[in-house]
Ligand binder design. Structure first.
Ligand SMILES: [Zn+2]
Length: 57
């Protein structure tokens, strides 16, 4: 998921819960960076989840 904390957006893995060190100014920046960082959006039990590189099979 993309989480918003203290006005900054971070990427949180929906499987293992790891959080990126990077912080993003906008939701769109986080979405754009997701692919660059090797993360993927995956549909898990009917819901979109953000998955970190370690959790991608
Ligand atoms: Zn993960």
């Amino acid at each position: 998921m993309i989480s918003k904390d203290y006005g900054k957006y971070t990427l949180v893995c929906d499987i293992c819960g790891v959080v990126t060190d990077e912080e993003f100014e906008t939701f769109q920046d986080a979405v754009d960076a997701r692919g660059d960082l090797g993360w993927k959006s995956k549909k898990i039990i009917g819901e979109w989840a953000d998955v970190c590189p370690d959790c991608i099979e």
